[in-house]
Design a protein around this ligand. Structure first.
Ligand SMILES: CC(C)(COP(=O)(O)OP(=O)(O)OC[C@H]1O[C@@H](n2cnc3c(N)ncnc32)[C@H](O)[C@@H]1OP(=O)(O)O)[C@@H](O)C(=O)NCCC(=O)NCCS
Length: 417
C-alpha cells in the first residue's frame, strides 16, 4: 500500500497497516522539506503508484489530492474495529482502532472513522467525511460530503449534517446542521457560515468580470474583511473582453482572461461577477481548473431569521441589506444584488440574478437562470421555472412560461416585435 500525505494522521495509518501485515511500499508528500516519516522515506514525485490511501486529515485537502490521482485507492480497516457485515465502507476510507460501524451503515469514499468513533445502524456518510475520535453518530444519521464531526461529539438519531459543515468537539447535535456552517455546543448551535468560507477556501480571491458588478463585488469583499468576517487577499480581475493591465477603479487590474484563469497553479477563490444569468453559467462551464474555488460572498449585513433552516450552496454573492426568513434554500452561483427579501420556504435554484430590491414572497419556487429586475416582486406560492426575465418594478402574480419576459403590474408576457 502507498500513502499520500506524510502527516501525524499517516502515522496512525502506518500502525494500522502494520497490524494488518501490509507493507508501506512508499510515501509521497508535496512538501519537499519532508523526506522521512517514521522510518519510511518520503518521495515528492508520484508516478501512478497504487493502491494508495490519501493520508491527510483535512477533508478539503484530501479531496483535492484524490482528484489529482487517477489510480486505485486502498481501504484500511484496523482489526480491532467492528464493522457489521451489512455495512459498506467506500474505497480510500480508513477505519481506525476501536471504531464501530453498525448494521446497514453506508460509509462513502475517502472518509476517516477515527479512533473509537461509533457509527450506528443505517447511518449514511458521504465522501470525504471525518468522524473524529470517540464521536458518536446514533442511528439513521446522514453526514454530507466533507463534513467534519469533532472529537466526542454526539449526533442524535435521524439528524442530517450538511456538506462541509464542522461540528465542534463535544457538541450534542439535536437538530439538522446546514451545509457549510461551523456549529458547536450542547445543544449544538451554528457559529457562522461566513467564517467557514474563509476557513476552508484559499485566502487569495479574484473576480471574473471587470464591469460594474465586478466593482461592487470588490467593494463587498472589502466590507467582509473590514467587518472581521473574512481575511481575503484580493488579487485582481479576469475578463476576456479587457486588456491585461486595465485598471478597474482603485480595486485592481485585469490579470488575464479565461485561459489565464485556467492556467493558475495555486488555489484561488473566484467570484463570477457577471449579471446575465446564462452568461454566468457559461463562464462557470469554461472554468476547468481544479485550483479554483467558489466561496459564497455574503455581506455582513445579511440577516437570516432562522439559520438552522437556511441552506446555501456555493458561489453565491449576497450584497448589502438582504434578508431571508425561515426554511430558505439557495442553490449555487446566484446573485442577490442588495436589499432583497426572501420569505419563508423560498427555494432558489442556480444562476439566478436578483437586482436590488427584489422580493420573493413565501413559498416561491425559482428554477435556474432567471433575471429579476430592480424592485420586482413575486407573489406567494408562484413557481418560476427557468430563463424567465421579470421587468423592473413588475409584480408576478401567475406562473410564467420558461424563456419569456414579463413586465407590468400584474406582470404580462412581453412579446418583442
Ligand atoms: C468548533 C471549532 C472548529 C471552532 O474553532 P474556532 O472557530 O477556531 O473557535 P475558537 O477557538 O476561536 O473559539 C471561539 C469561541 O467558541 C468556543 N468554542 C470553540 N469550540 C467549541 C466547542 N467545541 N464547544 C463549545 N465551545 C467552543 C470558544 O470557547 C470560544 O468562546 P468565546 O468566544 O466565548 O471565548 C473547534 O473549536 C473544534 O471543536 N474543533 C474540533 C477539534 C477536533 O475534534 N479535532 C479532532 C481531531 S482528530
Amino acid at each position: 500500500m502507498y500513502l499520500y500525505g506524510a502527516s501525524g494522521h499517516a502515522k496512525v495509518i502506518i500502525d494500522i497497516l502494520n497490524a494488518l501485515n501490509i507493507d508501506v511500499e512508499g510515501m509521497f508528500d508535496d512538501d519537499e522539506s519532508i523526506n522521512q516519516l517514521m522510518t519510511i522515506p518520503v518521495s515528492h514525485e508520484w508516478k501512478g503508484e497504487s493502491p494508495i490511501v490519501v493520508s491527510i486529515g483535512n477533508n478539503k485537502t484530501r479531496k483535492q489530492i484524490v482528484e489529482r490521482l487517477v489510480c486505485d485507492f486502498g481501504t484500511v480497516i484496523h482489526p480491532s474495529s467492528i464493522v457489521s457485515p451489512t455495512a459498506t465502507i467506500g474505497t480510500g476510507s480508513v477505519v481506525m482502532q476501536g471504531a464501530v460501524v453498525q448494521s446497514g451503515a453506508v460509509v462513502g469514499k475517502h472518509c476517516i472513522l477515527n479512533t473509537g468513533a461509533s457509527v450506528d445502524h443505517e447511518c449514511v456518510i458521504e465522501d470525504y467525511v471525518h468522524i473524529s475520535p470517540q464521536a458518536t453518530l446514533c442511528g439513521n444519521v446522514h453526514i454530507g460530503e466533507g463534513a467534519w464531526i469533532g472529537a466526542a461529539a454526539v449526533v442524535i438519531p435521524g439528524v442530517k449534517i450538511g456538506k462541509w459543515a464542522v461540528v465542534g468537539a463535544g457538541s450534542v447535535v439535536v437538530d439538522d446542521v446546514p451545509d457549510g456552517v461551523v456549529a458547536y455546543g450542547n445543544p449544538c448551535r451554528i457559529k457562522s457560515c461566513e467564517e467557514q468560507n474563509q476557513r476552508y477556501y484559499p485566502k487569495r480571491i479574484a473576480i471574473y468580470g471587470a464591469g460594474g458588478l465586478g466593482r461592487e463585488v470588490a467593494g463587498g469583499i472589502q466590507r467582509i474583511n473590514s467587518a472581521g468576517r473574512g481575511n481575503w487577499e484580493f488579487a485582481g480581475y479576469y475578463d476576456d473582453n479587457k486588456e491585461v493591465g486595465t485598471p478597474v477603479s482603485h480595486y485592481g487590474y485585469v490579470m488575464g482572461g479565461m485561459d489565464d484563469l485556467n492556467a493558475v497553479e495555486e488555489p484561488l477563490a473566484i467570484a463570477i461577477a457577471v449579471g446575465d444569468p446564462m452568461t454566468r453559467r457559461l463562464i462557470l462551464q469554461r472554468i476547468t481548473n481544479k485550483n479554483i474555488y467558489f466561496p459564497n460572498l455574503i455581506a455582513p449585513s445579511f440577516r437570516v431569521l432562522d439559520p438552522l433552516t437556511f441552506n446555501i450552496g456555493q458561489g453565491n454573492i449576497i450584497q448589502d441589506s438582504c434578508s431571508v426568513t425561515c426554511n430558505v434554500n439557495v442553490g449555487d452561483f446566484n446573485v442577490l444584488n442588495g436589499s432583497n427579501v426572501l420569505g419563508h420556504d423560498v427555494t432558489l435554484g442556480d444562476f439566478n440574478v436578483l437586482m436590488p430590491g427584489v422580493r420573493l414572497s413565501g413559498s416561491v419556487g425559482v428554477g435556474d437562470c432567471n433575471l429579476f429586475g430592480v424592485d420586482s416582486v413575486v407573489l406567494q406560492r408562484i413557481k418560476v421555472g427557468n430563463d424567465v426575465t421579470l421587468g423592473a418594478g413588475s409584480v408576478l402574480m401567475t406562473k410564467p412560461k420558461d424563456g419569456f419576459t414579463y413586465i407590468g403590474v400584474p406582470a404580462k408576457k412581453f412579446d418583442y416585435e
